[in-house]
Design a binder for this molecule. Structure first.
Ligand code: GDP
Length: 487
């Protein structure tokens, strides 16, 4: 069993073993200190070195963040389009990483967690471009007494339009003869880590910051994925990452719980649903349905969900006929049947309707009571709609509050759901040719998200390699054979 939200918690629990800093106004962001009491798996705590680095990063964000003299000077220098000579005698110790997250919300959350890790490793202040999106309506400020949102008057406009083709790109720099001198010609360097980026863009994953990137006061980065596994392959960061994360299977869990706290509005969505439909059951199973072949219902996907939950004994079988009155005995029934709440998420409600009907129209062989719930069915993915994004965030968070999760392969939405929950998921393989795969699903090796656009290059040997075989804790993903994940 696990502590119910009403159990009194020590401040260690509330602060997640020192991951979170005390002293924020609790009313402004209720989830920050309250969410730990809703989670089952809280055994992954941060080590003292990570805690120290987080406190140092908070100090850096405060010293360099928007509104400070250091920020103003650094932003002013960006306006001078091309500088003459190097800026090595610049006395400011503030360097910045501006993240341009994009695509769906799951993608953006993975991007934010990975960029934060890179900012810690390289001593940069992290600023996030909110673009068209509703970031401030979704997430609380993570750092005390400063903001992580890129100010609207940031001198470089149209960040979303930057590509690896611009002269300031990392791609062009590494293709030049002397990247170390070229870097000083530009007020910023742009790193394109789109899943479709090129070989030269991906050399960034082998970059030793000390070589030349440290000279760039501004690093602008566009990414839609979880690139932490690639950082663990870089010899320049391996020692430090070992110290930060003695366990490699909960890197996203810790980073995301440090950084991504739902706003009060979203927390209301989360807790009202949880308290109404999930709280009182003996067990909770999350089933995340993400279909990449279209938004209409598919029979083979329903078959896959049913086959997976049946084979893995996650949901009980149903009886073909009404059970005789003695089954289970009235005494046992009165003693209390076990109850299981199923939280389903998806754009479509058809899968949910079917599974709910199944447990309404037939009794379970085990005598368990199964209730099935789905918070929303938005029908289509949309972008730039705040309420749509709030629902998506609330549902990823609700998945994280389950005791077990079945997730659709390839989906960053699912990665965030089980990753936040500290839950090693059952991954449903992506169907090919409109048929349910066999086996339908498999227990993953870890709760970590998968990097979809990994490097195929060995930084040490300086040649192409199978990057899933270089270190023991970076492996190929269950759901994407070329992807990489931490285990
Ligand atoms: P991915 O495309 O599965 O990797 O996940 P993303 O979160 O990056 O993008 C999918 C987007 O579609 C989400 O952010 C939502 O906007 C929407 N979406 C997909 N599945 C769901 C769901 O189960 N519930 C809700 N509310 N929205 C969803």
């Amino acid at each position: 069993g696990w502590a119910s939200p009403t159990t009194a918690h020590t401040s260690q629990d509330v602060l997640m073993g020192g991951l979170l800093v005390p002293g924020f106004d609790e009313r402004k962001c209720i989830s920050r200190y309250n969410s730990a009491s809703y989670r089952k798996n809280t055994e992954r705590s941060p080590c003292p070195h990570l805690i120290n680095r987080l406190r140092a990063q908070e100090a850096l964000q405060r010293r360099c963040g928007p509104g400070t003299e250091a920020y103003r000077r650094a932003a002013d220098r960006l306006m001078i389009s091309r500088r003459n000579g190097t800026d090595d005698n610049d006395d400011s110790d503030c360097k910045y990483l501006v993240l341009v997250p994009y695509r769906g919300l799951g993608n953006r959350m993975l991007a934010m967690a990975s960029a934060f890790l890179y900012a810690i490793l390289t001593g940069r202040a992290l600023l996030v471009d909110k673009g068209e999106s509703s970031l401030a309506d979704l997430f609380c400020e993570p750092f005390p007494e400063t903001t992580w949102l890129l100010p609207p008057d940031f001198p470089i406009r149209n960040l979303e339009a930057l590509t690896g083709e611009v002269p300031e790109s990392y791609r062009k720099l590494v293709q030049s003869d002397r990247p170390d001198t070229s870097v000083s010609d530009f007020p910023y360097v742009f790193v394109d880590l789109d899943h479709a980026c090129t070989y030269h863009d991906k050399l960034f994953y082998c970059d030793d910051d000390r070589h030349f990137l440290h000279r760039a006061p501004w690093l602008l980065m566009r990414t839609d994925g979880y690139f932490a596994p690639a950082l663990f392959l870089n010899p320049a960061y391996q020692d430090e990452l070992d110290r930060l994360f003695p366990r490699k299977d909960s890197v996203f869990y810790l980073l995301a719980h440090y950084l991504l706290h739902p706003t009060n509005k979203v927390w209301g969505f989360i807790t009202r649903f949880y308290d109404s439909y999930l709280k009182d059951s003996d067990e909770r199973l999350g089933i995340q349905v993400r279909v990449f072949d279209g938004d209409t219902p598919f029979k083979h996907i329903l078959d896959q969900i049913t086959a997976c939950t049946s084979q893995e004994h996650l949901l009980p079988e149903v009886l073909p006929q009404e059970p005789p009155p003695s089954f289970p005995s009235p005494v046992a029934a009165a003693a209390g049947k076990r109850s299981k709440a199923v939280l389903m998420t998806g754009l479509n409600s058809w899968y949910y309707e079917n599974i709910r009907s199944k447990y309404w129209q037939s009794a379970t062989a085990s005598g368990e009571v199964v209730s099935v719930h789905q918070p929303s069915h938005e029908e289509h993915q949309v972008s730039g709609n705040t309420t749509h994004d709030m629902k998506a965030l609330a549902e990823m968070y609700l998945l994280s509050m389950a005791d077990a999760v079945v997730a659709s392969g390839w989906s960053t939405f699912g990665y965030v759901g089980h990753g936040l929950g500290g839950l090693t998921p059952w991954v449903m393989f992506k169907p090919e040719n409109m048929t349910a795969p066999d086996p339908p699903c498999r227990r993953a090796a870890s709760m970590e998200p998968c990097l979809h656009g990994p490097p195929f290059y060995d930084c040490r040997a300086k040649r192409g390699a199978d990057t899933g075989k270089l270190v023991p804790h970076v492996r190929h993903c269950e759901d994407m054979s070329w992807g990489l994940k931490l285990v």
